[in-house]
Design a protein around this ligand. Structure first.
Ligand SMILES: [Mg+2]
Length: 230
């Protein structure tokens, strides 16, 4: 795992998980309910009510319905979710050692980028609260709201990050907490380090084929800088 980190000239972070717990103060079932209301507000949307409390899953399913896309309802859901995420951002709970890891990677000359299925605006809002925004300036790659919704496991946001950082895939490392992050990294040809805050997450990552996982980012900080006081 040390080789993985030493070789990385650029680190691509998933946002919700490795950097913070976005919806700490804003329970996702309530968000899902409000997104469903956005569907119902559209004239042609009723009859389509996915039974999941995962807001991103609702969004993904909406973009699979041509009728919802054509009538702009899928886009309305995307905008409603962006609003929820931006409102949640100031109350998001920082992942332990994430700020230290970000600053240590930057101090050792690595480029940093965010590759997330969340909205760019929510990431910017959160990073403002942590005063680390400038370390990611112009390199925050959220879901696109134009045209097709290319959420991970589609590698779209990673490919955009490789371009914005001018990095070859072989010189980048992604830190993510879900199998879809691993799949996206594989598709982009980027090495992957799994962050699993509990056993369930670790099992999911290993089942998906993750070779390297940590249960605390402290381990990663110490690999980047063995003298770090953490
Ligand atoms: Mg995540």
């Amino acid at each position: 795992m040390r080789d993985l980190i030493e070789a990385a000239k650029c680190v691509l972070f998933d946002f919700d998980g490795p950097i913070c717990h976005l919806f700490q103060d804003r329970p996702t079932p309530g968000i899902a309910e409000r997104l469903r209301e956005a569907v119902l507000a559209g004239e042609e949307g009723d009859g389509w009510l996915p039974q999941t409390s995962d807001p991103l899953e609702i969004l993904r399913l909406a973009f699979e319905q041509p009728a919802l896309v054509e009538r702009g309802i899928a886009r309305d859901i995307e905008q409603a979710l962006t609003k929820e995420e931006v409102q949640a951002a100031p109350g998001a709970f920082p992942t332990a050692y994430a700020d230290t890891l970000i600053r240590t990677l930057a101090a050792t000359g690595r480029q940093l980028a965010i590759t997330t299925n969340n909205s760019q605006q929510a990431v910017e809002r959160y990073l403002q609260t942590r005063r680390t925004g400038e370390l990611f300036a112009e390199r925050i790659h959220g879901r696109s709201s134009e045209g097709a919704l290319k959420l991970k496991p589609d590698p779209d946001c990673l490919l955009r990050a490789l371009e914005s950082t001018g990095t070859h895939a072989k010189e980048a490392l992604m830190i993510g907490d879900a199998p879809r992050d691993l799949e996206a990294a594989r598709a982009a040809g980027v090495a992957f380090l799994g962050y699993a805050r509990n056993e369930r997450k670790a099992d999911e990552l290993r089942a998906a084929g993750a070779e390297h996982t940590v249960d605390t980012l402290r381990d990663v900080v110490l690999m980047v800088d063995p003298r770090a006081h953490v």
